[in-house]
Ligand binder design. Structure first.
Ligand code: DC
Length: 226
């Protein structure tokens, strides 16, 4: 059967990863969380006291960072490893949320991650979520989705997600963080978040995860069978 590339872009906390994981599982495709790569790099800068606005620090960091995904059987999804260390539990912390968009706005950092994301995709069968996947990483993807949801619903989802991770959650802080990240992600000079011209918009504010999954599988099967 034909294998395709599915891209899911959109604002922070719209449920892109949740959807991408489910679609990948149903189709037996590989799921790639591109945001985890920017988060791991941001974590590296913070941990090593480096400044992403200093070109020498950026060059040094990028020459020392190697990223890979490792399947976690217990979770049924992949964890990100940075230089062999599983950094999943660090990269979702608020101090990383707070800085990751600034780090992701740096041109050299984007070039590094985009090259990583495009590796090993010859065989297709990929679902990747992020901000520039349909516009920059895979401009020829067969199915491009631009996911959106009401801002307050997104705050609520992130709040519940943090609680489920056993982390502290304050709605006001989450709201400010989401607003700040969306602003930086849509206004940066290098590949800002925008809907690809040929992407379909999916507003999931009033959809259950099962409902949105069925819609997307319908779209995917149309492309696979065309
Ligand atoms: O999807 P996420 O919230 O884990 O992404 C973290 C940050 O990384 C997000 O604020 C913007 C950035 N990002 C990006 O610029 N491009 C991507 N393809 C994915 C994420």
């Amino acid at each position: 059967m034909k294998k395709i590339i599915i891209t899911i872009d959109g604002y922070s906390s719209c449920g892109k990863s949740t959807l991408a994981k489910q679609v990948a599982k149903e189709l037996n495709y590989v799921f790639v969380d591109s945001g985890a790569m920017y988060r791991a790099i941001a974590y590296y800068f913070i941990k090593n006291n480096l400044n992403w606005e200093n070109p020498a620090d950026v060059a040094s960091a990028l020459s020392n960072i190697s990223l890979e995904f490792e399947y976690n059987h217990e979770k049924g999804t992949s964890d990100i490893l940075m230089n062999g260390e599983n950094v999943e539990s660090h990269i979702r912390e608020m101090y990383v949320n707070d800085k990751v968009s600034e780090v992701a706005a740096i041109k050299e950092i984007r070039e590094f991650t985009v090259a990583e994301q495009q590796k090993g995709t010859i065989n297709k069968g990929i679902v990747m979520d992020g901000r520039d996947i349909g516009t920059v990483v895979f401009p020829n993807a067969e199915l491009k989705i631009f996911l959106t949801a009401d801002p307050e619903e997104r705050v609520e989802r992130r709040y519940n997600q943090l609680l489920s991770f056993g982390k502290e959650a304050v709605r006001d802080e989450i709201r400010k963080n989401l607003e700040k990240r969306d602003y930086i992600d849509t206004h940066r000079e290098v590949s800002p978040l925008r809907k690809a011209d040929d992407a379909v918009i999916l507003d999931n504010t009033d959809l259950t995860t099962q409902e949105q999954l069925e819609i997307v599988l319908g779209w995917a099967n149309e492309k696979i069978n065309s």
